[in-house]
Ligand binder design. Sequence first.
Ligand code: HEM
Ligand SMILES: *[C@@H]1O[C@H](CO)[C@@H](O)[C@H](O)[C@H]1NC(C)=O
Ligand SMILES: *[C@@H]1O[C@H](CO)[C@@H](O)[C@H](O)[C@H]1NC(C)=O
Ligand SMILES: *[C@@H]1O[C@H](CO)[C@@H](O)[C@H](O)[C@H]1NC(C)=O
Ligand SMILES: *[C@@H]1O[C@H](CO)[C@@H](O)[C@H](O)[C@H]1NC(C)=O
Ligand SMILES: *[C@@H]1O[C@H](CO)[C@@H](O)[C@H](O)[C@H]1NC(C)=O
Ligand SMILES: *[C@@H]1O[C@H](CO)[C@@H](O)[C@H](O)[C@H]1NC(C)=O
Ligand SMILES: [Mg+2]
Length: 265
Amino acid sequence: MKLTLLSTTLTFGLAFSNPHRARGSLTEWAPAGPDDFRGPCPMMNTLANHAFLNHNGKNLTQDVVVGALTQALNFNESVATIMFQQALIANPEPNATFFSLDDLNRHNILEHDASMSRLDAFFGNNHIFNQIVFDTTTVFWTADTLDANMLANGKISRQLQSKAFNPNYTFTSTTEQFSLGEVAAPILIFGDIPSATVNKSLVEFFFQNEKLPVELGWTKQANAISLSDVLRMTQVISNATSLITGSSDASHATKRRDFHFGFAF
Ligand code: HEM
Ligand SMILES: *[C@@H]1O[C@H](CO)[C@@H](O)[C@H](O)[C@H]1NC(C)=O
Ligand SMILES: *[C@@H]1O[C@H](CO)[C@@H](O)[C@H](O)[C@H]1NC(C)=O
Ligand SMILES: *[C@@H]1O[C@H](CO)[C@@H](O)[C@H](O)[C@H]1NC(C)=O
Ligand SMILES: *[C@@H]1O[C@H](CO)[C@@H](O)[C@H](O)[C@H]1NC(C)=O
Ligand SMILES: *[C@@H]1O[C@H](CO)[C@@H](O)[C@H](O)[C@H]1NC(C)=O
Ligand SMILES: *[C@@H]1O[C@H](CO)[C@@H](O)[C@H](O)[C@H]1NC(C)=O
Ligand SMILES: [Mg+2]
């Protein structure tokens, strides 16, 4: 995979008129202005607010996005490159080499129903942070340290709510893979990867402010976030979405015949 040198990213930044763009900063932060683009991803918005991405949210090329994900969050460069390439489809232009944050709003391209903190497109704005929606998710965040079960429960609840009340609810198996990654992401960035836990205050601060929780003591991961970290965390969340418990206790129970039909699957 092509290496994006830091100097390449910085030089590239000079091509933009916005002086904030060049490098980004953990301590500098400004919300979007009236002509700036933002989208449904709390982290893309956050990185633009810190100017790790172009503050205007436009023309996000591979150099810019990979630079932001590696420098601000310590993603492995190969992983960051994959993420960028998967996002290019959001730009409706053929053979696009960049996307803009408002491209991410296009419903059922990458943006999907049952988000943790955004309305379904059927009900209104599918990309701006919505405290009422977020509150329905955080009901399931039942301790100061979040684990995979709490995050998974919030995700399932949002899907059940959409399936019940949004007549246009759409959630394919591809959506599920993206969704699992989104639910895993806060642990990968803000949490403890080996134990798959994360401080709830940091995650709530991030969602609500679209700002990195530096003032709460967060620092980026010491080790680059690798593809195996991403795949494992996604699997941990996926496992936690199961509504079936597994335990030694159940071993004799599973041998019983189903009460109603007399057979087990
Ligand atoms: C190239 C990089 C990325 C792109 C293009 C991207 C794009 C998106 C898009 C389109 C959504 C909307 C899905 C929905 O409907 O909920 C989303 C959601 C989300 N993204 Fe990203 N994302 C990127 C990286 C990240 C990273 C590094 C994080 C780390 C924290 C992150 C965290 C999230 C979270 C937590 C959500 C779910 C929001 C919710 O459910 O309310 N994303 N992202
Ligand atoms: C930046 O993106 C906009 C669309 O968002 C496009 O019209 C414009 O040509 C792009 N500029 C550059 C320099 O690529
Ligand atoms: C990123 O991951 C690739 C592939 O797994 C690996 O070869 C490379 O050394 C990693 N880079 C860093 C900076 O950790
Ligand atoms: C996009 O790329 C393909 C493959 O390289 C090429 O055949 C096609 O003409 C390109 N389309 C545009 C609009 O540039
Ligand atoms: C409704 O569902 C269809 C099919 O899944 C989808 O293409 C469309 O974008 C959805 N519209 C809204 C507003 O949810
Ligand atoms: C979470 O972070 C906040 C802010 O730094 C801190 O006050 C709190 O003690 C932490 N909670 C846990 C459970 O570590
Ligand atoms: C997920 O569950 C499967 C089946 O119980 C188990 O083999 C696997 O180790 C679990 N994966 C993770 C990452 O926890
Ligand atoms: Mg959504």
